[in-house]
Every structure is written in structure tokens, then in C-alpha cells.
Ligand binder design. Structure first.
Ligand SMILES: [Zn+2]
Length: 267
């Protein structure tokens, strides 16, 4: 585990101004979200969250979860965020975890990265085998630089309007963590996933059931489904996982490392 003490020191000094941290506990870290959640009192969007570093207890709990079958990334993130996110805006997460479900996927990914940073610092090193000389080198991943944040095409607090073939307009929302969990749990083929994305992305004026939404999505023409799905998938703001490249320490070639969320957390 590599921990950048200098990077942590600044945050620690910032945090200590407000309230002295408990002995043995790291200072909380703030995360700026793309959209955040609506404060129930003021009706305003709040986009600053506070996360804490993960402990051995968290590690044990997440390890227990990862041994279960059919655990999706969405389930895993939900478990992690429930433990390590302390508050969003004025709302405390303890006993109020539905707040996490209303976050857009990109905000959940930003919180995930925030927890990683609070736990390990901004830079993580991974031992990677070079594809050319088969020797092992350290690849440094900078959590601030190696995760470019895709910005929303329009206002992330407003629904996007899609016109269907017959001229009807439907409003399409940014998918939330809850939507992602439902879609991932389906474990269906691509067409069934598309049905679920359309069913959950369209905003309904009435309070219809998931079953009715799914029926509507299935009855929709393939071209209308495509327009809705493209709107959802082409405009998904949030941090993106890219390949990280570093020179091999043993030969003249570059090592290309494909990061995934699990290795970022537990690797
Ligand atoms: Zn090499």
C-alpha cells in the first residue's frame, strides 16, 4: 500500500481546523459530485459529500460479500458506499441510505474513487507483468489524473427530451445507483438489458410498476428504443477508467495496464 503522506497532510490540516479527529482515525475527505442530491428541506441540489477511509472491518465485510455468488459491481459499490460515505450535503447517510440510491452512477463512481483516495492516498502502485519481457514492474496510478471525468452534455439536474418516431416526446433521466442495481441483477442478454434500460430511464408522470414499464419498453419499436438507449449511454457523466501506460523498468517497451474497480480497491 502506498500512501502519499504529503497529499494527506493538507487534507488533514484542513479537517483538523473544524473538529479534532478521533485518535487513530484519519480525517474525512470531501468529494465534489456532478449532480448530488436534493436537500429535502431547501429543495436545492447539494453536491459535496464527505467520505472516510476504509478500515480492516470494512475490508472483512467486503471480502465476505465478494465470496457470495452473483455479486455485481453495483452491489459491491452499494455496500462500500453505505459504509464509507458519511454525508451528502446536509444529509447524514447513517440510517438514511436511500440517499445513496438516488445518486447518478457517475456520482457513485466519484464517491468510490473518493473512498479509495481517503484510504490509500492519491497515488497507487501496482505490480504489473510486462507483456514484452515478462518481467514485473511497478505502475503508478494517479487517481486525480488517470480518471478523466466525462462532463454531462447538458444540465445534469434536468431530464433530457427524446422525440419518438410518432412525434411523442419522452423525458429521459440519468440512471441512478438503484437503476443500475436492478439492471445488473437481471443478468439477461443484451436485448433484455436494453429493455430494462429503456424501462428505467424514461420518466413517468404516473406511479407505474416495473412490470408495466417493462411491457411498454418491449412494445416500443426497436428504432425508438435505440434513440433512448443512445441518449442514456452517450451521455453518462462521471469518471472513466482508462488504460494506464508506463515504461517497463526492464525493456524499452511500455506496459499497458487495464484498471478495474476491484483491483483499485483491493489490489
Ligand atoms: Zn518489459
Amino acid at each position: 500500500m502506498s500512501l502519499s503522506l504529503a497529499a494527506q497532510a493538507d487534507e488533514f490540516n484542513e479537517a483538523i481546523k473544524d473538529s479534532p479527529p478521533e485518535v487513530g482515525k484519519a480525517a474525512p475527505t470531501t468529494v465534489s459530485l456532478l449532480r448530488g442530491v436534493i436537500d429535502p428541506d431547501s429543495g436545492e441540489w447539494q453536491d459535496t459529500a464527505v467520505v472516510r477511509e476504509m478500515t480492516g472491518e470494512d475490508e472483512e465485510e467486503l471480502a465476505r460479500l465478494s465470496t457470495k455468488e452473483d455479486v455485481t459491481y453495483a452491489d459491491y459499490t452499494t455496500a462500500l458506499l453505505r459504509r464509507a460515505v458519511l454525508s451528502i450535503g446536509t444529509q447524514s447517510i447513517k440510517g438514511n441510505q436511500s440517499v445513496l440510491e438516488s445518486l447518478i452512477i457517475g456520482d457513485r463512481d466519484l464517491l468510490f474513487l473518493g473512498v479509495i483516495k481517503a484510504t490509500y492516498g492519491n497515488v497507487r502502485s501496482f505490480s504489473v507483468t510486462c507483456g514484452h519481457c515478462s518481467k514485473s514492474s511497478d505502475v503508478r496510478v494517479n487517481l486525480d489524473e488517470d480518471f478523466p471525468v466525462q462532463q454531462p452534455k447538458g444540465s445534469v439536474t434536468e431530464a433530457r427530451v427524446v422525440e419518438l418516431k410518432d412525434g411523442t416526446e419522452v423525458k429521459v433521466k440519468y440512471l441512478t445507483g438503484k437503476d443500475a442495481q436492478i439492471i445488473a441483477a437481471l443478468d439477461g442478454n443484451a436485448a433484455e438489458q436494453n429493455t430494462a434500460i429503456v424501462a428505467h430511464a424514461v420518466i413517468w408522470d404516473d406511479d407505474r410498476s416495473d412490470k408495466v414499464k417493462t411491457q411498454w419498453s418491449r412494445a416500443l419499436s426497436m428504432s425508438d428504443r435505440k434513440v433512448i438507449i443512445t441518449t442514456v449511454l452517450d451521455d453518462q457523466p462521471g469518471p472513466t477508467l482508462e488504460e494506464v501506460e508506463a515504461p517497463c523498468g526492464h525493456c524499452d517497451e511500455n506496459i499497458v495496464m487495464l484498471l478495474d474497480w476491484a483491483s483499485l480497491l483491493l489490489g
